[in-house]
Design a protein. Structure first.
Ligand SMILES: Nc1ncnc2c1ncn2[C@@H]1O[C@H](COP(=O)(O)OP(=O)(O)OP(=O)(O)O)[C@@H](O)[C@H]1O
Ligand SMILES: [Mg+2]
Length: 285
């Protein structure tokens, strides 16, 4: 049984017994997201033509893994996340979101931290989070605890009654992160979530994210420009080129956790990837 949801993203919702049997038969790996030869075009500005933004993108994100996508500005990273989230259409290939192994019939819960906070300015911080909890049918009795726990996690305890426009840009982004975490997502899409934070807060948030990963084991697909952040956080990195965006390298990282940003292995891998990244991206122009 499978269901289409917005824009052809195939959400495979199946009863646990069917899913387990499929897994045993090897029909379905324990993947959370699979993308096969995805192509996406946008209208070219000022002409009737189209340009290819994503070309033949294939990647797999396994259950409970932290996967990063690194690519230059404008290459199509946000577009890729929007396609996966089902809020952007695509032109070729296939995108599938799989249920968590052994989960009940409903599809996975997807949290999305957008590149900008996208808060509702007329609602309090608490009601911004409640709004999403309600949309995901989280029982009302849990709202207060989930709001308090996740605001504390992002260093914003006590800001429940404040309004977004009274917060700094970095604080707004942290509310957006708390909002995505509050639904206790199976899959978390994060689009450069720490890039607007100061270095100290960003470092703390990376450690907190590692802890969440240890406890809740969500699947995370994380977009960043920052290769050192990607190496520190990820199990896998996909590196993208531009015009059109194509994946030119996939790296599996087996540095044991918990990791330290100062770990020589993190540092060495970052250096190697930076060298390769610039040689490919600069050659493509
Ligand atoms: N809705 C749209 N209509 C037309 N073109 C678009 C649309 N959204 C994005 N684009 C174009 O697609 C390309 C990729 O945009 P996207 O926002 O996905 O890049 P990005 O990799 O996330 O960049 P950044 O790192 O700067 O956030 C850009 O050329 C952009 O102008
Ligand atoms: Mg972007």
């Amino acid at each position: 049984m499978s269901a289409q949801y917005a824009h052809n993203v195939q959400r495979i919702d199946m009863a646990p017994a069917v899913a387990d049997k499929a897994m045993r038969q090897g029909v379905m790996a324990s993947s959370a997201i699979t993308i096969d030869n995805l192509t996406k075009r946008f209208p070219a500005p000022g002409s009737g033509d189209e340009f290819v933004v994503l070309k033949d993108i294939s990647l797999t994100v396994d259950d409970g893994k932290f996967v990063s996508i690194v690519g230059p500005s404008g290459c199509g990273k946000s577009t890729l996340l929007n396609v996966i989230a089902g809020i952007e259409s695509y032109d070729g290939g296939a995108v599938a979101i799989h249920p968590k192994a052994g989960s009940a019939g409903s599809g996975p819960r997807i949290g999305y931290v957008f590149q900008s906070p996208r808060l509702l300015n007329w609602l309090t911080v608490e009601n911004n989070i409640n709004f999403v909890l309600e949309a995901h049918k989280v029982p009302r009795s849990r709202w207060r605890d989930l709001v308090a726990k996740n605001l504390a996690m992002v260093g914003l305890a006590g800001q429940e009654r404040n309004y977004p426009l009274n917060l700094s840009g970095g604080m707004q982004q942290r509310v957006a992160i708390a909002r995505a975490l509050a639904i206790e997502p199976d899959i978390l899409l994060m689009d450069e979530p720490f890039s607007h934070l100061d270095a100290i807060t960003a470092r703390k948030m990376r450690f907190d994210l590692m802890e969440i990963l240890e406890r809740a084991k969500p699947t995370i697909l994380f977009v960043t420009h920052d290769l050192s952040e990607a190496v520190f956080l990820s199990d896998h990195i996909y590196m993208m080129s531009t015009k059109p965006a194509q994946i030119f390298k996939h790296v599996a990282i087996d540095i044991p956790r918990p990791r330290k940003p100062e770990d020589a292995r993190v540092f060495d891998l970052e250096k190697e990837l930076v060298r390769e990244f610039f040689s490919v991206v600069e050659a493509k122009g």
